[in-house]
Design a protein around this ligand. Structure first.
Ligand SMILES: Cc1cc2nc3c(=O)[nH]c(=O)nc-3n(C[C@H](O)[C@H](O)[C@H](O)COP(=O)(O)OP(=O)(O)OC[C@H]3O[C@@H](n4cnc5c(N)ncnc54)[C@H](O)[C@@H]3O)c2cc1C
Ligand code: SF4
Length: 578
């Protein structure tokens, strides 16, 4: 490899994008050219839909405030074909917030509705010293799952969508919000994206221009990475004085299995990762049992998560999951089964210190948009629901009093389980940057003392500042056989991805970069979007081909030197049980 191997970081090749310029619009169009709603919620995932449902519950007893919100009191703008289409999680959920949101529903009814699959009664955690053996350890406190519920967030979002629509929400699916509209220093709504543009941005025969959606309150519930959220954070300096956000990437499969799994399983660090600090591969896996109440089928959710701070450019979450499946622990569970679903998604992993300020004039951030994930526990669904509910309550209280500040939401989050849990885990992730061998004992101390020792504020380091080298991770990935081990393209195929072949490119990267950076993108992308031409030089700068229509919008590229911008509404995967 070249002399630069291990010396170039993706941050030196920033994506060609000017976030405030491209994603913030100054002022609204004339009244007769816009749509007016009461509250605009960008993102119909768990957080956005919890906000819509809670708001409509509160408004149902208050006709006066409801009337003040106009003909469309609550609108949810979702880019997927249906709510849930772009949502993916492990997903073992802490049940409290969902029980609070739909108090009349029992957990038995969750299962009848098809989004929940059973309570966790047994669990096991393993360290994998190598590809053959396993070592069972007692679950550390954040990973105890007894009493939690295995769910599908895509199915939960479909259920929440139905409930919100029944309660009077207007849900605009296949619609991307592409700009935040700011007027006199206040967010006054969002602009929906154009539809029907060609590869070079030219209008096609079916072209439909976007529209300004004016709102009294705007809720940004875009999930892990959102173009509008990013622009809002910059426009209103919401990340000032915070640590930089960092990310992990998870790849998931759902299998129909011959015999039911009776426990939730996690593996930590260890095989197939290279844990010495040089490679900086940190991650883990999950295997969860699912039971489809309607068909009676036994299913298993299996996934691998990798910290995007790694240094070996040939690290691939997709291939690590395939490799993980070759361990006898996994083979025994999946034997005789069939893969029925696949997907990938990034997770905000910085925790407490990386959370931006959650309010700005006219708007709020909820769920993953606000960085509300407890990485030590791999839990964010219950925070997404709780933050959506708290946002609804702050908005309702302000509108009822005829006020326009939603600042009370900051304190409500801080005082809720979200603020309390994340404060306790505030320094749990940072020691990973020392590698697992040095960092592991520190992490255990942080967990045991609930963040009090070694205390202070531990810094986070940007994922794109990590120098990359072309290392040996790729040498051990198993060859696809199309039955048990899969390649990236067959995985994308079953994700239901339906991006138009002639859609404009929504991925921004520099297209002529050192080989180390190009290899990073090629291996990292779970959907095989980035290609290096066969005749490219072995060293130095190479061209990168971007097959953006394969993109499943996981968001990982944003962590490693590129940018996922909002594609045309309706494009991307259509997840059903992830
Ligand atoms: C691999 C993985 C495993 C996980 N495992 C667990 C687990 O076991 N337990 C747990 O509790 N948590 C887990 N989490 C975390 C949890 O899934 C998330 O914290 C939670 O789902 C976030 O919900 P959200 O509504 O904030 O975001 P999302 O679910 O991402 O929803 C955001 C929505 O906004 C839409 N959107 C985004 N931008 C726009 C736009 N501009 N215009 C229109 N629509 C837009 C998206 O299409 C999407 O539907 C996991 C996450 C991952 C990725
Ligand atoms: S191109 Fe799409 S699927 Fe690939 S890493 Fe980027 S966001 Fe994820």
């Amino acid at each position: 490899m070249s002399a630069r191997n291990g010396k170039v970081a993706p941050a030196a090749f920033p994506p060609p994008v000017d976030s405030p310029e491209e994603f913030v619009k100054s002022g609204l169009d004339p009244e007769d050219e816009l749509i007016e709603v009461g509250v605009a919620i960008v993102g119909g995932g768990t957080a956005g839909l919890a906000c819509a449902n809670r708001l409509l519950q509160l408004l149902s007893d208050d006709p006066e405030t409801l009337e003040r919100l106009g003909e469309v009191p609550v609108a949810v703008i979702e880019k997927a074909k249906t709510c849930g289409g772009h949502n993916l999680s492990g997903a073992v959920m802490r049940p409290g917030p969902l029980e609070e949101l739909f108090g009349e529903l029992t957990r038995e009814q969750w299962r009848e509705e098809g989004f929940a699959f059973g309570e966790v009664k047994k669990e096991a955690i393993y360290l994998l010293p190598n590809g053959r053996t396993k070592l069972r350890i007692p679950p550390p406190p954040p990973q105890r799952n007894h009493g939690n519920e295995v769910i599908s967030v895509s199915a939960l979002a479909r259920y929440q969508q139905r409930r919100a629509e029944e309660a009077g929400a207007y849900i605009l699916t296949e619609t991307s919000a592409t700009k935040l509209i700011v007027q006199d220093g206040r967010v006054v709504g969002v602009r929906s994206g154009d539809k029907g543009r060609g590869k070079d941005g030219e209008p096609l025969g079916n072209f439909e221009p976007g529209t300004d959606i004016k709102a009294q309150a705007t809720v940004l519930a875009e999930g892990c990475w959102g173009s509008i959220t990013g622009a809002a954070i910059r426009e209103f300096d919401l990340a000032d004085g915070r640590e930089p956000q960092v990310w992990e990437l998870g790849v998931k499969e759902v299998w129909k299995v011959a015999k039911p799994l009776d426990r939730v399983i996690h593996t930590l660090a260890g095989w197939p990762l290279r844990i010495p600090a040089k490679y900086h591969q940190i991650g883990g896996s999950w295997i969860y049992p699912m039971k489809d109440e309607k068909t009676g089928e036994d299913l298993v959710s299996i996934g691998f998560v990798i910290d995007l701070d790694y240094a070996d450019a040939t690290t691939s979450a997709h291939d690590l999951l395939q490799q993980f499946k070759t361990h006898p622990l996994v083979r025994d569970i999946l034997a005789g089964g069939e893969r029925v679903a696949w997907g990938a998604k990034a997770i905000p992993a910085g925790g407490y210190w990386a959370m931006p300020k959650l309010t700005m004039p006219g708007a709020l951030l909820v769920g993953d948009s606000g960085g509300m994930v407890n990485l030590a526990a791999l839990k964010g669904v219950h925070y997404a629901i709780k933050s959506g509910m708290l946002a609804a309550e702050s908005i309702y209280a302000a509108l009822r009093r005829g006020e326009s500040s939603f600042e009370s939401y900051e304190e409500a989050v801080e005082e809720s389980i979200i603020g309390k849990d994340l404060w306790e885990q505030r320094n749990t992730r940072q020691p990973f940057s020392k590698g697992l061998i040095l960092g592991g004992p520190l992490i255990n101390l942080m967990i045991a003392t609930k963040g009090r020792f070694p205390g202070g504020r531990w810094p986070l380091h940007r994922n794109d500042a990590q120098p990359m080298f072309v290392g040996p991770a790729k040498d051990n990935y198993p060859k696809p056989d199309g039955k048990y081990i899969f390649d990236k393209l067959s995985s994308v195929f079953i994700s239901g991805n339906a991006t138009r072949d002639d859609a404009p490119n929504h991925i921004r990267i520099q297209k002529h970069v050192p080989r180390e950076i190009a290899e990073t993108w090629r291996w990292m992308c779970p959907a095989g979007v980035y290609e290096i031409p066969d005749d490219a030089p072995e060293h130095g700068e190479v061209d990168v081909i971007v097959n953006y229509t394969n993109c499943v919008q996981c968001g990982a590229i944003t962590a490693k030197g590129g940018r996922l911008t909002t594609p045309e509404g309706g494009d991307g995967p259509l997840y059903q049980v992830l």
